[in-house]
Design a protein around this ligand. Structure first.
Ligand SMILES: Cc1cc2nc3c(=O)[nH]c(=O)nc-3n(C[C@H](O)[C@H](O)[C@H](O)COP(=O)(O)O)c2cc1C
Length: 225
């Protein structure tokens, strides 16, 4: 082979190496790609099954790097037509947290949380034909909310979903505190912090709620035996 061919070949190999390293960096920024299928399964299911609402928090700051992981998980949620009609407001100012918590009772946990993430629907980004009364955007925001709660649990951070939508008093109250423009509708608040009192996950599994093909056929017919 000619020396120029060798040089081109070496350059190509170097380029592939740099490219792969870049892609790896990008992916591993938000996920750990080292695990095997079994580890992935165990980790994911554990995070889902141990999540529980935490409403009492320690006075211990959440590093921004962890908040970013939680926000990334929120934005990784599925959304109808992939419209991602959401905006996220991180609230850590004591005065804002206090004012949101005063829209009680539902938002009471916000008072003691370290950071609250308010998930808002952006009406400029919703599926055409939708309005604030009905539409996929609420489902999309719900998916983002749950993703963030799961990510928080994975990171050892407790959290609770405080519902805003469709309570007009809470929606108006939060819009006022956060000075939201008219096109943003606050959907939920995820109150986050390190848990002060250990909260146990609730047992919810109920095989009798599962059916096969038609509602009159149990999926687990011998469950009672
Ligand atoms: C749509 C929705 C709204 C909720 N709103 C509130 C709320 O305003 N305040 C609150 O403390 N918890 C709220 N929660 C949390 C529920 O109370 C909690 O998920 C439920 O009791 C089950 O407990 P677990 O999360 O520990 O499994 C809400 C949950 C959902 C899904």
């Amino acid at each position: 082979m000619k020396s120029t061919t060798w040089v081109i070949l070496l350059l190509a190999i170097a380029l592939v190496g740099v490219g792969s390293a870049y892609v790896y960096e990008k992916v591993s920024d938000s996920t750990d790609i080292h695990e095997t299928q079994e580890q992935k399964e165990a980790l994911a299911l554990n995070v889902i099954m141990t999540r529980t609402s935490v409403r009492d928090f320690l006075d211990k700051e959440i590093p921004d790097s962890l908040l970013t992981k939680i926000l990334r998980a929120g934005m990784a949620a599925p959304s109808a037509y992939n419209r991602q009609p959401w905006e996220f407001i991180v609230v850590n100012a004591p005065v804002c947290k206090r004012r949101i918590s005063e829209l009680r009772p539902g938002t009471t946990p916000v008072a003691k949380c370290q950071a609250a993430i308010v998930v808002c629907g952006n009406m400029d980004k919703v599926t055409p034909g939708e309005n604030s009364e009905a539409g996929n955007w609420t489902l999309d925001c719900a998916a983002a909310t749950e993703n963030m709660l799961l990510a928080a649990n994975a990171l050892g951070i407790g959290g609770v979903w405080c519902g805003l939508y469709t309570d007009e008093k809470r929606i108006d109250g939060v819009s006022d505190v956060l000075e939201l423009p008219d096109n943003l509708v606050p959907f939920s608040v995820v109150a986050l912090g390190y848990e002060a009192t250990p909260a146990m996950p609730k047992e919810k599994w109920d095989p009798e709620r599962v059916y096969l093909n038609t509602y009159d056929t149990p999926f687990y017919p011998n469950f009672r035996d």
